[in-house]
Design a protein around this ligand. Structure first.
Ligand code: ANZ
Ligand code: ZN
Length: 898
């Protein structure tokens, strides 16, 4: 006899231990198809939060499902362990970043085991370990040798609180640091960059290959890369009699070249020099530049219209007119050519600048393109109008191009410019090179030596890793702490053996995470970052699960690394016909955030702490001090809102399986999940109901005859069989493609309900045997358990063990996923003849499975059109007195009142 009490924690512990033992005696995986499922690795903060639980539950469910399908699954985990928090903790608590990190990793690993996540710990990596960052440095050098890593003097975003440089991407729209929130300052420093712009085109174009990525993410990447097609024109400046200087402008609207009233250059354009500008003008420009810097700091909105008129003029390349040149704050130096042609009639910024600087009277502004309005069908021209920037037809001011449509005029104007040598077609990207230098300690040192004789010398590969010195004083102030570690800093030049100094910058942690998924394929390789064979076997990642906050940078950088290393011949996926050959992630799943309930004082709006509330009545919380009902809402978890939910406590209380099921059931994976304890209880109840089915079945003597032969099934069995097949089919699609686990859980609940409602016993009368358990029923319960297992692994194992007492099994995850019997999917129908007062009136197709169920058949008949006419609203208005079922239910006679 089996005990009905389910002790979930005991079961979880039992299986966690069992899995550990099984890992050591792992089955031979050779010759199986690989499946690489990856969840974004965490920063080792020391505490798993609900967002982690969500993402790892998703990846673990997919991994376990793939194992049952027979794949060689790799599901690795590691630690994105470099970065500021460790350094800050070191400063605040006087503990070395290494010790802090090691302790945190240990704690988080235990928490990960508690959520029953089955990671390949033998592939574990930690980015701050020298056996990892050695290879990060190796890859830096590889980029360097291919001219994709370079140093340049750059105005950088300086975070005055963190005392470090930030990439543009790390500064928000208001000019604040994404991390510290401080107003970012501009400073000029020599910085290392990766030349990601060399890959702008493939990074853009290949997004089209990624048909298993969310459109939203691809759109964000497209925007980030920001391709703009247009032209460059040369406007020549006569600096003096024999010094002609062509100002190159970039424009996306070559068709507006006849509307140019001025040129504008950025404050650090080459022409901004004492050699070319009068002393007064130069001084004004310097002031403007200073003001702009201040504007960034104050995030001044009006900054875009400020300008200085120079004494210089340039010649229009087509009309020969003299065009005045301005220095303008709205022209950015690192986009296009850092110079523009001002067309006030068709560009709003140019119009504003013209107004503010009185460049030309409004009435004299040349309008060179007349907008075209199309009818709804998009064909007919109806009228001209007054619209600012739009395509249209060129006006009579446009010389030989007058009357042409914008699209044609652009092509022709650029063609003519190429012939005439004063312009050419040009493409611009918004994407900038990736600034990777950080003036902080806790990162991979840049493996470069600066020699007074030989300049920049890369550290020879054989001398990697350049170890981070461990004996260090961290203050958090004043640039890189490595500058003060004399022993480490002073070294010999590898080239001339003379005294030299190490580079004191460390790499942006995004570098570490741009290739970790490649290292997982070969985590212990001591001679290379990964072997050609292993990477070629396991890449690309089949499914990548993570937070939407990484939609741009991390994914773009990873794509850049993969494209570079693929091009370098470091690997080549062995699988045929994959279009994502030089892409890191075939399918991307972005999971939504976990929100939790907050309670606010209805009078003051203050967030209430749990101890200020009486929550004894589930749906009627009360604020203890006032007796009032608080305002309830779901919000992002945070300390200030007192709504944080601790995963460990939750698991202790409800069990990991129920917690996981709740995670998957409560919301579609990409949407916000509103955490509510009450629905975990619902999952626990469901587990118990499945347990009852399992226990029932295990208590019967099981028949060894498990043949599923539809020709000998009775109608109940057929219907059950259909339902089982339908569910297997649906679940297989969900687990392998759509990942709509919320639907998966509800389907399995439906199957549970069905199996609970049918009898497991086949009646003697149906077959010439003694009563036996229906093979369909056994199949149903076993399939149900198998399909629950990936989501709720320890109860899956426990139930499976219970159902298979008679044979040796190691784990349910070595069993095969249930298969769909397509024949079993179809609904068999029979013709049912309907009589009214003994006269045949009509017939109806009825699923054979319900033929025995007279009430169900009757209700189908009544609901049909014919049934409505003949029985429900019969002309004489008579009520049904009796219903007679005959011929095994195939004839139904409705007897009406006399
Ligand atoms: C003339 C013109 C006429 C423009 C018109 C637009 C509309 P996207 O599409 O983002 O590439 N521009 C070029 N370089 C610039 C810089 N360094 N700083 C600020 N603005 C710059 O934008 C290209 C357009 O932005 C260019 O086309 C130029 O203005 C401006 F009816 O040239 B246009
Ligand atoms: Zn040297």
């Amino acid at each position: 006899q089996i005990n009905l009490n389910l002790d979930l924690p005991v079961i979880e512990t039992k299986w966690r231990e069992r899995w550990k033992q099984l890992k050591n005696a792992s089955k031979n995986q050779e010759n199986r198809k690989k499946f690489y499922i990856l969840a974004m690795f965490p920063y080792p903060s020391g505490m798993l939060h609900m967002g982690h639980v969500r993402v790892y539950t998703i990846s673990d469910t997919i991994a376990r499902f793939r194992k049952m399908l027979g794949y060689e699954v790799i599901h690795p985990m590691g630690w994105d362990a470099f970065g500021l928090p460790a350094e800050n903790a070191a400063i605040e608590r006087d503990i070395h970043p290494t010790d802090w990190t090691v302790a945190n990793i240990k704690a988080m690993k235990i928490q990960m085991e508690k959520i029953l996540a089955d990671f390949d710990w033998d592939r574990e990596l930690t980015t701050c370990n020298s056996d990892y960052y050695k290879w990060t440095q190796f890859l830096f050098l590889k980029l360097y040798k291919n001219d994709l890593a370079y140093q340049k003097e750059a105005v950088v975003n300086w975070d005055p609180i963190e005392q470090t440089v930030l990439a543009n991407e790390q500064v928000d729209g208001e000019g604040r640091s994404w991390r510290s929130g401080a107003k970012v300052e501009n400073r000029k420093l020599k910085q290392w960059f990766f030349k990601i712009t060399d890959f702008a085109e493939p990074l853009l174009k290949d997004l089209d290959k990624l048909d298993k990525w969310p459109d939203r993410v691809k759109q964000m990447q497209r925007y980030w890369i920001g391709k703009s097609e247009g032209a460059e024109f040369d406007f020549v400046v006569n600096l003096n009699r024999d010094n002609k200087f062509p100002i190159k402008v970039f424009t996306s609207r070559p068709d507006t070249i006849f509307g140019v009233h001025y040129l504008a250059i950025s404050t650090d354009h080459v022409l901004v020099s004492k050699d070319f500008l009068s002393p007064d003008t130069y001084l004004e420009v310097v002031k403007l530049a200073e003001k702009m810097r201040q504007d960034v700091i104050d995030s001044n909105e009006k900054k875009s219209h400020q300008g200085v008129k120079t004494d210089l003029y340039a010649t229009h390349p087509i009309t020969g007119e003299l065009i005045p040149i301005y220095v303008a704050s709205y022209v950015v130096s690192d986009y296009g050519t850092g110079a523009i042609m001002g067309v006030p009639a068709h560009d709003e910024r140019d119009w504003n600048f013209t107004k503010l600087n009185h460049i030309v009277d409004k009435k004299d502004i040349k309008k060179v393109v007349n907008p075209i309005f199309y009818k709804d069908d998009g064909t007919d021209l109806i009228e001209d109008g007054e619209v600012y920037t739009t395509y249209g037809t060129l006006t009579s001011d446009c010389g030989k191009y007058a009357g042409m449509k914008s699209e044609d005029a652009m092509r022709k104007i650029v063609d003519d410019a190429e012939t005439g040598g004063y312009g050419r077609s040009a493409v611009q990207y918004r994407l900038r090179d990736w600034l990777i230098s950080r003036q902080r300690y806790w990162g991979a040192p840049i493996p470069v030596i600066h020699c007074p004789e030989c300049d920049v010398v890369p550290v020879p590969e054989g001398e990697l890793p350049v170890m981070l010195p461990t004996d260090i004083t961290l203050s958090g102030r004043g640039g890189s702490p490595l500058k003060y570690v004399e022993d480490w800093l002073n070294t010999k030049c590898p080239k001339c053996q003379g005294p030299a100094k190490r580079d004191t910058d460390t790499m942006d942690t995004f570098v570490d995470s741009s290739w970790y998924f490649m290292r997982y394929t070969d985590p212990n390789n001591a001679s290379l970052p990964f072997s050609y064979d292993n990477a070629s076997k396991y890449l690309p990642v089949d499914v990548y699960v993570g937070g939407a906050e990484h939609a741009i940078l991390h994914l773009l950088y990873s794509r850049f690394f993969v494209k570079f290393l693929y091009k370098q011949g470091m690997y080549n996926p062995i699988h045929e016909n994959i279009q994502e050959r030089d892409e890191p992630f075939k399918q991307l799943v972005t999971q939504g955030m976990v929100h939790a309930k907050t309670f606010k004082d209805p009078l003051t709006g203050r967030f209430l702490k749990p101890e200020e509330l009486d929550l004894s009545k589930l749906n009627e919380p009360i604020q203890k001090s006032t007796g009032l009902a608080p305002v309830v809402s779901f919000e992002k978890m945070s300390k200030s809102k007192h709504n944080g939910i601790d995963p460990e406590a939750t698991i202790e209380r409800y069990g990991a399986d129920a917690t996981r099921l709740h995670m998957l059931f409560k919301a579609p994976i990409s949407e916000i999940l509103e955490w509510e304890d009450s629905s975990i209880i619902g999952m626990q109840r469901w587990i118990l109901r499945v347990w009852k089915l399992v226990e029932n079945l295990a208590n019967f003597q099981q028949s060894s005859d498990l043949k599923l032969d539809m020709s000998i099934m009775n109608n109940d069995e057929k219907e059950t069989y259909r339902m089982i097949n339908f569910t297997i089919k649906e679940m297989t699609t969900i687990f392998s493609e759509t990942f709509s686990f919320n639907t998966a859980v509800s389907s399995l609940i439906k199957l549970t309900n069905h199996l609970t409602s049918v009898s497991p016993i086949i009646n003697k009368s149906d077959r010439n045997e003694n009563s036996i358990i229906s093979p369909v029923y056994i199949h149903g319960v076993k399939s149900l358990v198998k399909m629950i297992a990936p989501m709720a692994p320890s109860i899956g194992e426990e139930f499976w063990e219970c159902l298979n007492k008679e044979r040796e099994i190691r784990t349910i995850f070595e069993e095969s996923w249930p298969k769909v019997d397509n024949k079993g999917l179809s609904v068999e129908e029979v013709t049912c003849v309907v009589q009214v007062n003994g006269k045949r009136r009509f017939s109806l197709q009825v699923p054979s499975s319900i033929l025995q169920d007279s009430l169900a058949v009757e209700s189908l008949i009544r609901k049909s059109d014919n049934g409505q006419n003949w029985i429900e609203r019969n002309k004489i208005g008579k009520k049904v007195k009796r219903v007679i079922h005959a011929n095994g239910g195939k004839i139904v006679n409705f007897v009406l009142e006399k």
